[in-house]
Design a protein around this ligand. Structure first.
Ligand code: NZQ
Ligand code: ZN
Length: 393
């Protein structure tokens, strides 16, 4: 049968406001009369003046603050914000921060309106996986380009008691708007810049490196975005390089990497994310670092399954034209590892403090979280995942 694009729906209502001094537009983006709870993380937005700019722009609104959403946001902290929102009779949320603050705010927005225990919004061994039927409206001011959360309908929340990092998605948690000011990235340290490049890179890979279905648009978009990240990555991680054009390309690429456009009509993988999330749960490794430690092993162990796309990746992303198909694939894997190393990312498990004796725990956690049949064909069993962890050591 001729390969053809799969059927799909694509819905994305997020209003993107991109450029310089866009925070000023908050006063018109949030309807008059709304009482706004501003959510933020560990304090970077206070230190660097972003919160003051937001409050200045919202001087005609009544605002309150909820700070302290952790990197890898926890259910427990988000539930404190739910309480504050309800007690203070707020009616709008504004997330100012990176993926963790935005994800936390998505959950807060859904939990406020949820009828029942908000834990049941989640499945995968934590709750009943009940659908979200409404959410409080919210906007975002993005300070860390990485996750794409500013333009998608997903969020990842951490459960300390259950030792789980679980996602949920709902069209009700698309932000109403997201403000993208590339200049807000100037305060990011090298580690977070490298994390942002890497998370974006691997989001594209998870939607691209599967098997071909003749999705020409999706493939060309993905390959183009990967080439951009490879080209700009080493300059972006130079925290002193405040080149506006460079940071603008970084920011928009990261958003497009996971606004789901690339994934429509083509198979998806997400096994690197599944295996990486268990590492973060185990020892709090940064999200992107958990992914880069796993990706090379996924490429090696799943080589036969991903063969055609790996050849295409070698040719179109890395420009490898010489050699047999297998030689092209092997060179592309080596180049991927070299790229990740060049931006100071770990490429094996020992660099993220995972030891051989931890693998049993990681695989057990995958099982508890319903990850026994993952990857583009659902044929990545727990044994295959174990092999990937082993090869990644
Ligand atoms: O907490 P503060 O003080 O604000 O500091 C943060 C945090 O320590 C700091 N930071 C953010 N913007 C800054 C800044 N420092 C200086 N200048 C700025 N402009 O950076 C640190 C990391 O922030 P965080 O928000 O945790 O990082 P990221 O954006 O990488 O988000 C990671 C989270 O997103 C989830 C991950 O699992 C993880 O929990 N993901 C969400 C996805 C989604 N919703 O679609 C998809 C992703 O695959 C990912 O799983
Ligand atoms: Zn990610």
């Amino acid at each position: 049968m001729e390969k053809a694009m799969l059927d799909f729906n694509y819905y994305n209502p997020v209003n993107i406001i991109f450029g310089k001094n866009k925070i000023n537009e908050l006063q018109t983006l949030i309807p008059d009369g709304k009482k706004v709870l501003i959510t933020y993380g560990g304090g970077s937005v206070k230190r660097f003046g972003t919160l003051d700019r937001v409050k200045e722009a919202l001087q005609h609104h009544i605002v309150g603050e909820f700070g302290g959403i952790e990197a890898n946001p926890t259910f427990e902290t988000c539930m404190e914000a739910v309480e504050q929102f309800k007690e203070g009779h707020y009616d709008y949320l504004l997330a100012v921060g990176g993926g963790s603050v935005i994800d936390g705010t998505k959950f807060i927005a859904a939990a406020i309106n949820f009828d029942g225990d908000p834990k049941d919004i989640f499945a995968q061994g934590v709750g009943k996986g009940l659908p979200v039927k409404s959410a409080v409206p919210f906007g975002t001011v993005l300070t860390l380009p990485a996750t794409g959360s500013e333009m998608n309908d997903g969020a990842v929340i951490n459960f300390n008691k259950e030792k789980a990092k679980i996602s949920f998605g709902s069209p009700y948690v698309f932000p109403k708007f997201s403000i993208l000011e590339p200049e807000l990235t100037y305060t990011l340290p090298k580690r977070q810049l490298a994390n942002g490049i890497t998370d974006s890179f691997i989001h594209i890979i998870e939607q691209y490196l599967t098997y071909p279905v003749n999705g020409k648009v999706q493939d060309e978009f993905a390959e183009g975005l990967l080439r951009i990240l490879i080209t700009i990555g080493p300059d972006v991680i130079d925290e002193d390089n405040h080149d506006y054009a460079l940071r603008a390309n970084y920011m928009w690429t990261a958003t497009l990497a996971l606004n789901r456009l690339l994934s429509r009509g083509v198979p998806g993988d997400w096994s690197t994310h599944a295996l990486g999330h268990e590492i973060t749960t185990l020892n709090q490794t940064d999200h992107a670092r958990s992914l880069s430690a796993i990706l090379p092993a996924v490429m090696v162990v799943r080589k036969l399954k991903k063969w055609d796309k790996l050849v295409q990746y070698a040719e179109n992303v890395w420009g490898i034209t010489e050699g047999s198909e297998e030689e092209k694939i092997d060179t592309a894997i080596l180049k991927t590892v070299a790229f990740l190393k060049s931006i100071d990312m770990p490429t094996n498990l020992s660099e993220v403090d995972v030891k051989e004796e931890d693998i049993d725990t990681l695989v057990k956690q995958l099982d508890i979280h319903g990850k026994e049949a993952i990857s583009e064909r659902g044929d990545q069993t727990l044994d295959v995942s174990r092999e990937i962890y082993r090869v990644a050591l």
